[in-house]
Design a protein around this ligand. Sequence first.
Ligand code: OXD
Ligand code: MN
Length: 658
Amino acid sequence: MPSLAVNILRRSTGLIKTALANNHRLFKMPGTMCNYARAFSVVHGNLDNLQPSVRKFIVDSANLCQPDKVHILDGSVEENKKLTKELVEMGVLRPIRKYENNYLCLTDPKDVARVESKTLISTPSERETRPITAPGVKGKLGQWFSPKDLENAVQERFPGCMKGRTMYVIPFSMGPVGSPLSKIGIEITDSSYVAVNMYIMTRVGGKVLDVLGDGEFVKCLHSVGQPLPMEKPAVNNWPCNPEKTMIAHRPASREIISFGSGYGGNSLLGKKCFALRIASCIARDEGWLAEHMLILGITNPQGVKRYVCAAFPSACGKTNLAMMNPTIPGYKVECVGDDIAWLKFDKNGVLRAINPESGFFGVAPGTSNKTNPMAMATIKKNTIFTNIAVTDDGDIFWEGLEDQTPKDAKITSWLHHENWHKDMKNAEGKPIAAAHPNSRFCTPAKQCPIIDPQWESSEGVPISAFIFGGRRPQGVPLVYEALDWKHGVYIGASVRSEATAAAEHAGKEVMHDPFAMRPFFGYNFGDYLKHWLSFEKKKELKLPKVFHVNWFRKDKNNKFLWPGFGENSRVLDWIIRRCEGEDIAEKSAIGYLPKKGSLNLDGLESEVNYKELFDTPKDFWEKEVQEIRNYFNEQVNEDLPKEVADELASLEQRVSKM
Ligand code: OXD
Ligand code: MN
């Protein structure tokens, strides 16, 4: 009997002939029948055992990308070990000796962050993807690609892109396998680095395909874009194709097509691409929310436990907050997730959240025993580090670990500078960092010492509050509460923050990052706002309270006014007490502020300037209102819901009376 590969070849050859005879295009998008053909061997797993739509996705992708081999992941520990061993032999991963099963990966320095400029959403009309901006204004709320342009871009990149490589097929669940809140994806990739990171970040293999049955899944196709043999050897054994990088999404057919980058946010397609961009579209269609939010549980000294979600832009300390060590006595924080929340109202109208991920892909620099001891304990084993520095005695190093590293340690930077020291400068006289500012740890969530007992609960945890925030050096108080749900939606829409290294932005500009979702919206932001507003109309729903926090306010000497980290528990305490209905807030122009004396500051190590922390200068807020109005007019334009425009007008009114 001919092998399946031969059958595919025959069938495809037949189709090619027919297509040529009929003068058809030879390429169609993955997910529809594709006419390229090449024999490949399935070296692990069995295509015949898969349900037809999964098999078709694999075969179409293989015909298109033309790998030598296909490996269907089973998700076993042995398989993970084997792939890891091969990555070590290939020089992609290097064991970090002081730890158990920890590895360092160094990328090509051209491939170190999410590439927002090359991240695209393809819908029939531009307006489905993003608001039509005011004339002459460049849209910043997503990039639209027409279906035709996407087809051409795929045609230009994918045929034969996996030649000489193995194509890994990764069936994965976002959320606990089988939970009614979870969704399934299948990622096809030619990077086994992606495969071993996906083991950590998602639930791979095992029962996933059984649970899927003949149900729907998100199709994720990824290639590093370097067929073998390569023209030039890969830098750091890290093949990538920065000139041709493209991270594309087709929400209508629940497809992700990523090319040219191996870096996490661009290649671990379960994360930003699926769990935020595609999931936000699924959530809109099905009446739930997919948000860039941490989830934490907080228990007070009386034993009452509440869960909250917090949305901060990338690299603003979500992971630190999610794992915080509260300084106020008797409080306990437990972590459900540090980056993404999927939220759905249950039949009693209670909003419940799951963390769709099973690992943390955290920013390494700045993480230390002082700032996040729980993350430091989590990464002791089974962790993959990307673009950090190491010491010659087999330890990890990055900016922020100076106090934990012996003074005479010999450090090798992520760019291979041996004997790295902090005063090292490059040819232009600029300081050389030990670790890339966006270097990461990828570590299993279950290893976190304060992982919440309910973190894998299939019904999710009940959410009492949404907290928005960003890095705001001026004008924005430590905490304030929204006046109501509509005002809360306005607060989410008006989130701004200093730029960070998580994407390709440079500098300290304060950027708009509505709902901390600016790089992650899967559909028009105006429609997203309408979706949030729609929940208020359903009277049976118990809507969480909404807050805004700012740990990053600075004084005139550029020093932070608030110590942050574990001391943020004081703010969480106030938020939780508000959720309990305590009368500890007073109305101000911008929202409810803590009544004098209601924020627990007992035992704070150093005194804080309360007045400055909570000051709301009129001139600052006048400018802020103006800035938000310009942003809404330019970027959201006709798609801004009236309710949000009204909220801005009311804020302006209140500010004018300050
Ligand atoms: C992340 C990001 O990696 O937001 O979580 O960029
Ligand atoms: Mn994030």
